[in-house]
Design a protein around this ligand. Structure first.
Ligand code: FES
Length: 218
């Protein structure tokens, strides 16, 4: 397990800032305000009551309300869970050798996800990413930058997650880049689709016995 208590040192302020904000919706910086206004009620609606959360029970989310390119963040077992509705462009990027050649574990060989998410998109349906939003370096919450950008938050940015604490980079499927402090891909929590548009975080698909406690590093 990583040290998830980054409450001291240079990254502490950034950690606190990201933790305070983690229940808000993040999209590209341009659309962030509108997305928050639209989707915060959704989050409130989908979050279970306190007793369910305390028990670490499953959490349902209606993904049909997430527009392509948007991400919502829900809470499961006191952890932020990123749910990203990927665009066709993002799906193309995930398979682009220009990206995959820069990744430390592009084929998800390390046990950071269940077998049903051990594929190029690290998810059950390619268009929906579901990730534990905790950096595998020292436990900060990575920021969501879905749009490619020449210089921000890092040079030649192709879209994905950037950890503000020590500069680790992850692609839109949570795959970590080579040469950054974080050693592993972002974990994928156990989850399943209970119908076409509702995911249940904390429960495996029928027939899977994946144990979240068996992953290499959270
Ligand atoms: S906690 Fe160090 S790079 Fe994320």
């Amino acid at each position: 397990m990583a040290n998830n208590d980054p409450t001291s040192g240079a990254g502490a302020d950034a950690v606190e800032a990201t933790r305070r904000n983690f229940l808000y919706v993040a999209t590209g910086s341009v659309a962030a305000v509108g997305a928050i206004a639209t989707l915060v009620p959704l989050i409130a609606q989908m979050n279970p009551d306190a007793s369910t959360l305390a028990a670490g029970g499953p959490v349902d989310l209606d993904v049909s309300k997430i527009e392509p390119g948007q991400q919502v963040v829900i809470r499961w077992r006191q952890r932020p869970i990123f749910v990203f509705h990927r665009t066709p462009e993002t799906l193309k990027t995930l398979q682009d050798p220009k990206l995959t050649s820069q990744l430390a574990d592009p084929d998800s060989q390390q046990l950071q996800q269940a077998p049903y998410a051990t594929n190029w998109h690290r998810s059950i349906k390619p268009e929906y990413g579901v990730l534990v939003g905790i950096c595998t370096h020292l436990g900060c919450i990575p920021m969501f930058y879905p749009q490619p950008n020449a210089s921000s938050p890092a040079p030649d940015w192709l879209g994905g997650y950037f950890c503000p604490c020590h500069g680790s980079k992850y692609d839109p499927a949570g795959r970590v880049f080579s040469g950054v402090p974080a050693p592993y891909n972002l974990p994928v929590p156990p989850y399943t689709f209970v119908n076409d548009t509702t995911i249940r975080v904390g429960e495996n698909p029928s027939g899977s016995t994946f144990d979240f406690g068996s992953i290499r590093q959270l």
